[in-house]
Design a protein around this ligand. Structure first.
Ligand code: SF4
Length: 767
């Protein structure tokens, strides 16, 4: 601890070599027969045919296991043909691969060598099989016993001056049981430093919804899509990131609903859906989805929404029927101020700013004027901006004006990216302090939780960089690659005396480490979690607030893995040495006991054991009941939102980071982005053809992307320019390769979510 160690020669960004691009026309539909083919190719390659078909048949089924991909809900009656999408199958293939990473692998490859592999190559190595330690001055991980690993962590934690010199990160794949126990240990240890992946994705949604509607979650149920008159999909690409959502949009269309998509890119998944569970989807034309696509400029959603609200307000003046005045009077506050605020803007000004043709705006207004069963779905395209919170509040303004809350076919729908990210927050993973939670924990567990506000992701990274934090523990995830300002974040992690990763697979965060590093390999969601011969189930919560069970069925990748709750219990037991009011050992092996405690600490979980069976149960949601009693004057709040400001110089662009179709968060399944027509290459930047002419770029020209904030330049090297249908002045490129461009101190107001969707960059031509 603390003695001089040699710096390892680690690449935080990985290689920049090209992999041999092929370009085709972007697709005009999602899924279809090709979707099945690609899905099966991935699972057969990683798992073999028999194991693939057996396992897929249990994914998202009532007594099966929950897909380790996104958080889209399962229908009450899952399809017997298979209740998963192409990317769900890829997520399973990643976890249930037959490939293994054992001690021999780590003896052969040093962390320095591995850091020069691409994220794709690192991820394809296979499943971790035993605990590993990377000792100071060493570049090779070596095996370690579980007990010795826990002892190293306990010793480092005890050596800290204060508990706030440690950070405990959570990735959204952890079950409710693991997350609850982890949060309990962290508070018993004495800190609220609990950053989680939500900080980098839907934190802006949580802040906006809490302030306007009194709950940080969406209000719609899956069945609401059946009766919605209009579904607005804004800042989201469901075809790749939440593919089963396309079935819900198809139902909406078949029942006469309209779909409006608002996005700088016209994504295949919002143009047409070929449902692979239907003949029409296999051999036919499928279902046309979007009726109106509004190709807004990056981060100009507020300008567009304000324009729509202004035009609706004008129509309402004519017959007082466009807005739901009864709802407004009964349930809301701030209506008059909102109308006054809209008066401050000229339609022509808003039109120019958002870049959408007026005829399409008018068409949208005409649809919305007569409908009030409206659902608004969104994702990172709204949250990862400096005004991310306002982007969402402007959406809520529209729903409040239309009375589109608390009824069938209407409501808010922030679509979560990680399978249990919402559940983790619900059972206590948060850096904010809740007096009610602390009071309940003290009552149930007999210790006083800390009351000092904790660190979220960006502030945790800064604290590590400044040497204020010495120990970093991650429950799942790939913190380095998911975070902004990659090189700064790498320095922060390397500044720690110890970093610990509880993981199923190797990723770049295992290579960019503290002086000492531990890998604690855990079970996958699809694997059997047994204790004394009895199989155990865990619970998760999806995007719509349904809590249900997940029970693995595969033989674990190694007999030397431990479940996440067991690992947390092992760490706690080693730290407290068995002398604490909480019986960590018993808690970590007896999930029924964890669930009993969850019911005692949190509202809405009564009879969790029985109610989580089958398709599970909905947690309470005040918006569904139109109960805004938690808010000022007991009313839902209209908001006055600011326009996004981006003063770009002539040679500057706004870049948004995106996922390819062969990717889930920072996990790279493959090198293709089939829907966008890009094959076998990730180092590409999508550019408007008129901009290419204007700035004399040719297709395949190689450039560096350069951002400059407060005089500090950040560079993402070697990207090929690709002509693409994107608004002028805007660019798009994949993360994590471009997260290096996002400065650590540039994040959304109030939510601190990094500005990954609106980065100011220049292109530097390379010869
Ligand atoms: S939609 Fe999401 S949860 Fe459902 S199978 Fe696909 S990746 Fe998994």
């Amino acid at each position: 601890m603390g003695n001089k160690t040699t710096k390892r020669n680690i690449s935080a960004l990985g290689p920049t070599e090209f992999t041999g691009i092929q370009l085709k026309e972007p697709s005009t539909y999602a899924a279809g027969f090709t979707g099945i083919k690609v899905a099966l190719q991935h699972v057969f390659k990683e798992m073999g045919i028999a194991k693939s078909l057996r396992t897929l048949s249990q994914m998202n089924q009532k007594d099966g296991f929950d897909c380790p991909g996104c958080a889209w809900p399962d229908p009450k009656e899952p399809s017997k043909l298979g209740e998963y999408c192409e990317n769900g199958a890829k997520a399973l293939a990643e976890e249930a691969t037959n490939k293994r990473l054992d001690a021999a692998f780590f003896a052969k490859y040093s962390v320095e060598e591995l850091s020069n592999w691409s994220d794709y190559q690192i991820g394809k190595g296979g499943r971790l099989t035993e605990p590993m330690v990377l000792k100071p001055n060493s570049v090779h991980y070596e095996p370690i016993s579980w007990e010795n690993a826990y002892a190293i962590l306990a010793e480092e934690l005890k050596a800290l001056n204060t508990p706030d010199e440690a950070i405990f990160y959570t990735s959204g794949r952890s079950s409710n049981e693991a997350a609850f126990l982890y949060g309990l240990f962290i508070r018993a240890f004495g800190t609220n430093n609990m950053p989680d992946c939500s900080n980098m994705c839907h934190e802006s949604s949580g802040v906006a919804l809490n302030e306007t509607l009194g709950i940080g979650k969406g209000s719609v149920k899956l069945e609401d899509f059946d009766s919605a008159e209009v579904v607005i999909v804004i800042g989201q690409n469901p075809g790749t990131n939440h593919p089963r959502m396309l079935s819900a949009l198809q139902k909406c269309k078949e029942n006469g609903g309209s779909i409006i998509s608002i996005n700088p890119l016209e994504e295949a998944g919002l143009i047409r859906f070929k449902n692979p569970q239907e003949i029409n989807g296999i051999v036919g034309v499928g279902t046309s989805l979007t009726d109106i696509h509004l190709q807004v400029k990056i981060n100009q959603d507020v300008a567009l929404l304000k324009l729509i609200l202004k035009k609706l307000a004008k129509l309402d003046l004519e017959d007082n029927k466009v807005f739901d005045h009864n709802f407004i009077e009964t349930y809301t506050e701030g209506y008059a101020s909102l109308l006054n605020d809209l008066e401050r803007y000229k339609e022509s000004q808003l039109l120019e700013i958002c870049g959408v043709p007026e005829d399409l705006v008018d068409k949208t207004v005409a649809v919305l004027a007569t409908k009030n069963k409206i659902i608004i779905c969104w994702a990172m395209g709204l949250t990862q901006h400096k005004n991310g919170v306002d982007n969402i509040k402007e959406c809520v303004n529209l729903l409040l004006l239309k009375g589109s809350l608390g009824k069938a076919g209407a409501g808010t729908c922030p679509v979560r990216g990680h399978s249990n990210v919402q559940g983790d927050r619900t059972v206590g993973i948060m850096h904010h302090v809740s007096k009610e939670l602390n009071k309940n924990l003290e009552k149930v567990f007999g210790f006083k939780p800390p009351e000092k506000e904790g660190l979220d992701t960006v502030h945790g990274i800064k604290a590590m960089h400044e040497g204020k934090v010495k120990v970093f523990v991650a429950l799942g995830g790939n913190f380095l690659s998911a975070a902004s300002d990659t090189e700064y974040t790498a320095e922060s992690l390397q500044n720690c005396s110890l970093t610990v990763q509880i993981s199923t697979k190797l990723n770049r965060s295992h290579l960019v480490t503290g002086k000492t590093a531990l890998i604690l390999p855990t079970l996958g969601r699809s694997e059997i979690d047994k204790k004394e011969g009895a199989g155990r189930f865990v619970t998760v919560e999806n995007s719509m607030g349904i809590v249900h069970r997940s029970k693995g069925m595969l033989v674990p990748a190694s007999s030397n893995l431990r479940s996440e709750p067991e690992i947390v219990g092992g760490i706690a037991d080693a730290y407290f040495g068995g002398s604490h009011s909480v019986d960590w050992k018993n808690m970590s092996t007896n999930y029924d006991l964890i669930r009993k405690k969850i019911q005692m600490v949190f509202k809405g979980f009564k009879n969790l054991e029985s109610k989580s069976k089958g398709s599970g149960f909905y947690l309470p949601n005040n918006v569904r009941d139109l109960d805004f009693s938690k808010l000022p004057n007991g009313k839902a709040q209209f908001s006055l939102c600011n326009l996004a400001k981006h003063a770009l110089s002539a040679d500057e662009f706004l870049l948004m980071t995106i996922r390819s179709h062969d990717q889930f968060n920072t996990t790279i399944y493959g090198l293709n982005d089939r829907y966008r027509g890009i094959y076998n290459e990730r180092r590409v930047v999508l550019m408007n053809e008129k901009d290419m002419q204007k700035y004399t770029f040719k297709k395949f020209d190689v450039v560096d992307l350069v951002s400059s904030y407060e005089g500090k330049e950040r560079k993402a090297e070697k990207f090929m320019v690709i002509p693409y249908n994107i608004p002028q002045g805007n660019l798009a490129a994949y993360f994590p390769e471009t997260n290096v461009l996002v400065p650590i101190n540039h994040y959304a107001d109030k939510s601190n979510t990094p500005i990954s969707k609106s980065i100011v960059v220049k292109l530097a031509k390379r010869n």
